[in-house]
Design a protein around this ligand. Structure first.
Ligand code: AMO
Length: 435
C-alpha cells in the first residue's frame, strides 16, 4: 500500500522493506553509478536512491517506486527509500516552461501566473493555498460553533449593491443581468427570513478597471451577517474572535507552510494579541494618518486611502503591538446605501486594516422600510430594481449587520505577498482570463 513522504521516517524506524511511494520527480542528481531522485507528493519531499540511471526519466514525471525505507539524517525528513523497482506512470516532456523546483520568490509574477498549472506544483506556492484552505475551514468552523448557518446565494443578479459602476454585465437569454459584487442583499434577506445568523464563502465580482496589487476582478468573499445587534461594535468583537481563531488554526496546521515564506516575513499574529487591536473612529484615524505622514514628509491625507491604511497600521503596531486596527464611524458619504446612520454625518460602519491593507468592511444595516426608501433614492438607486430587497424591510426585519473579509487579501498579508493575485489560484484581471 502507498505511504506518503512524511511517513517514510516512521517506516524506516519500523524496518519496512516493501514500501511504496508515488509522486512527481522533483529533482534528479546522478553520482557515479547511483541516482538520487527527490520525489514530491502532497505531504512533502523525500529522497529516493537508485543503483542505476533511468535515462528516460524527466523532471515532473509521475512515478511509483517500491523499496526499503532507511534512516538517513542527511536526507530531507531524515529517511530515504532504497528503490528496487520504479514504474513511470506519466512521463513529463523535457521542455518544462517553468522551473518547478526553483526559488519562486525570485520568479516574476507574470511567469508564475502564465504557467499556473506548473507553478502550483512548487511547494512554496502550494503552501499558500494549503493555508488558504485552513483559513476557509477555520472561518466556517468558528461561525458554525456560534450557531451561524452556511448559505450559498446566486451570483447572477439584476443590479449592484456596492455602488459605483464596477458591475460586469452578462447576457442572460434576451436580457442583461450582472455578476454579483457581493451577496449583500441575500445575506440580509436570509437574516430576515429567520435564520438570524448566516455566512457564505463565495466568489464576488468587481469590474475594477485599474490594475493594483490589492484588487482582483474576481475574489472570494468571506461574508457574515447577523440579526439583533445594536451597533458595529458587536460585529468587531465577533470578527476579533474569528480572526484569532483563524490565526490559531493557521499556526497549528500550517507552520511548515509559513516557514517556506520566512524570507517574506510570513507569519500569523499571535492569536491572543488580536483582542488588543484598537477601534479608532474615522476622524481620529485620519488625524493619526496625517501625523504619521508628516513625520515621513508625506502628503496631506483627506481619506482613509492606501497610504493612510499603512500609516494607521504602523501606528497600531507601535502603540498596541499588533498591526490590526478597526476603523469605525465612517462618514455617510463613504458608505453604501444600506449602512445604518449613527447621526447626520457618521455611520455605524467599520473597516479592518491588517498589515497596511483593508481586509474587511462591515457595519450595521438600515432595517426600517421608510429609512431604506429614503436612502435608496438619496443614492439614486432605481426602486423598481430593489423590490424584492425592499420587501424584507416592509414585512418585518430585525436590526442586523455584518461584514465581509477578502480571502486573498488576508492570505497575502499572512504570507507577506506583495500582490493579491499571488493568493488567488486562477486570478482574473483586466487582461488575464486564462488559465
Ligand atoms: P467591500 O466592497 O468593502 O464591502 O468588500 C469587502 C472586502 O472584500 C475584499 N475586496 C476585494 N478583494 C480583492 N479584490 C477586490 N476587487 C475586492 N473588493 C473587495 C476586501 C474588502 O475589505 N458588502 C460589503 C461587506 C459588508 O458590509 O458586509 C462589501 O462587499 O478585503
Amino acid at each position: 500500500m502507498r505511504i506518503l513522504a512524511k511517513d517514510l521516517k516512521k517506516a524506516a524506524e519500523d524496518g519496512k522493506k516493501d514500501v511504496t511511494l508515488s509522486g512527481w520527480v522533483h529533482r534528479i542528481r546522478e553520482l557515479g553509478a547511483l541516482s538520487f531522485i527527490v520525489l514530491r507528493d502532497r505531504s512533502g519531499l523525500v529522497q529516493l536512491v537508485l543503483d542505476k540511471k533511468y535515462d528516460a526519466l524527466t523532471l515532473e514525471s509521475v512515478i511509483t517506486v517500491i523499496g526499503e525505507a532507511a534512516l538517513n539524517e542527511k536526507a530531507p525528513g531524515g529517511a530515504e527509500l532504497r528503490v528496487s523497482s520504479l514504474e513511470c506512470l506519466s512521463r513529463a516532456a523535457a521542455d518544462l516552461p517553468f522551473q518547478v523546483n526553483g526559488d519562486v520568490t525570485k520568479t516574476g509574477l507574470e511567469a508564475i501566473l502564465d504557467n499556473r498549472s506548473l507553478s502550483l506544483r512548487n511547494p512554496a506556492i502550494r503552501a499558500i493555498f494549503k493555508t488558504q484552505a485552513t483559513i476557509i475551514e477555520a472561518f466556517c468552523e468558528y461561525l458554525r460553533k456560534q450557531d451561524f448557518t452556511e448559505i450559498k446565494t446566486s451570483k447572477i443578479v439584476s443590479g449592484g449593491t456596492e455602488g459605483g459602476t464596477n458591475l460586469f454585465e452578462v447576457e442572460y437569454f434576451d436580457r442583461k443581468v450582472y455578476l454579483a459584487q457581493s451577496p449583500q442583499c441575500y445575506k440580509q434577506t436570509l437574516v430576515a427570513s429567520g435564520l438570524e445568523r448566516v455566512f457564505e464563502v463565495a466568489q464576488a465580482y468587481r469590474a475594477e478597471k485599474h490594475d493594483t496589487p490589492r484588487h482582483l476582478n474576481e475574489y472570494v468573499s468571506l461574508d457574515v451577517e447577523m440579526g439583533f445587534i445594536e451597533s458595529e461594535k458587536e460585529l468587531i468583537e465577533l470578527e476579533k474572535g474569528l480572526l484569532a481563531y483563524i490565526f490559531e488554526e493557521v499556526i497549528r496546521k500550517n507552520s511548515a507552510e509559513l516557514e517556506l515564506w520566512a524570507k517574506n516575513g510570513a507569519s500569523a499574529p499571535e492569536p491572543a494579541s488580536v483582542s488588543k487591536a484598537p477601534i479608532i473612529p474615522y476622524e481620529e484615524a485620519l488625524k493619526i494618518a496625517n501625523v504619521e505622514s508628516s513625520k515621513k514628509n508625506g502628503a496631506r491625507i483627506f481619506d482613509i486611502n492606501p497610504d493612510a491604511e499603512r500609516y494607521v497600521c504602523d501606528w497600531a503596531l507601535r502603540e498596541y503591538g499588533i498591526d490590526l486596527v478597526f476603523v469605525n464611524e465612517f462618514p455617510r458619504r463613504h458608505r453604501p446605501f444600506y449602512t445604518y446612520p449613527l447621526d447626520a454625518i457618521r455611520t455605524m460602519s467599520f473597516d479592518a486594516l491588517f498589515r497596511g491593507v483593508e481586509i474587511t468592511s462591515g457595519g450595521r444595516r438600515q432595517h426600517e422600510y421608510e429609512a431604506q426608501l429614503e436612502a435608496l433614492s438619496r443614492f439614486g438607486v432605481k426602486l423598481e430594481s430593489m423590490e424584492d430587497y425592499l420587501a424584507i424591510f416592509k414585512y418585518g426585519c430585525p436590526p442586523h449587520g455584518g461584514f465581509a473579509i477578502g480571502l486573498e487579501r488576508l492570505t497575502a498579508k499572512i504570507f507577506g505577498l506583495s500582490n493579491v493575485k499571488e493568493a488567488s489560484l486562477f486570478p482574473r484581471d483586466r487582461r488575464r482570463v486564462t488559465p
